[in-house]
Design a protein around this ligand. Sequence first.
Ligand code: SD4
Length: 340
Amino acid sequence: MDMTRRKFVSGAALGLATTTLSKISGAEPDGEIKKGEMPLIVSTWPFGKASNDAGLKVLQEGGTILDAVEQGIWVTESDVHNQSVGLAGAPNAAGVVQLDSCIMYGPGHKAGSVGAIEGIRHPISAARRVMEKTPHVMLVGEGARMFALEQGLESIEVDTHEKYETWKKKRASEKQPLRKDKNHDTIALLVLGADGNIAGGCSTSGLSGKLPGRVGDSPIIGSGLYVDNDVGAAGATGLGENVMRYCGSFLVVEFMRQGLHPQEACLAAIRRIARQDPRHTELSISFVALDKHGRYGAASSAQGFQYSVTTNSKSEVLTGPGVGNLDIGEVGGNRPKIKP
Ligand code: SD4
């Protein structure tokens, strides 16, 4: 994709109007939908498409954008073939599946989240209950599980021991170390409703083999997900440690607030992180984003990141641009020059 970044950056510096910026950025026409095509649902990875489709159905049947987020994510959380979201996800180093999830609702800037929750089929629902039924934003571990059980959420016992043994054998038989991009895949799902309100959710089993109690970016508001009803929303997938140290999704939304197209905002966040991180070639992070105007995009630290986009008139898997090693500007060169 020809993003003509230099022109874009200088346009941003001049503070040009959003519509002009969109043209200068070279944003592809499919990076924006028309009003009649609303709602817009954007999620990470090709498996997000089934969740998007379920979310769209919820909206078409009169459900709210929060219902669309929650029930859309249920589809991925219930997928027994998905080894990185839900209870079929990969266990931690102790052989236990610990799930992370969060949800945000634009109006009122509401948020709920659960971290390292065990044995609950739909952590996204636990996150929603935290948001709606408690004065808190985040519950973790046993407390989160107890709360979910108290709320009547479905719990499932999984044979984590057997799973861990299988995982260990598979790992030992692999000649190459586990590829980071095979090792963890989160669903982050963003919904722009026909009324202009925005909601989002995020759910994952996190990094396989993680230390027990490790919480990634996915349940952290501003890291794995961020929604600002005046601007847009962003969600992250990848190596959480490389997202949460930078409040990644918040950063993407802030770039959109400055007028960047969602795709440019995702790229700008990855460049910012890469410039600051000495291990920038191994970041393994990706973002998806949408804005209030119905524009959307994604970007990754590597080539070939796929994400799903669904509207009233289409549902498809797209590939976002990757930030090349030579495309990040000077490493550590953030401070003096203020660049996106
Ligand atoms: C984590 N970000 O726990 C999650 C995992 C993930 O794509 O997204 N994988 O670090």
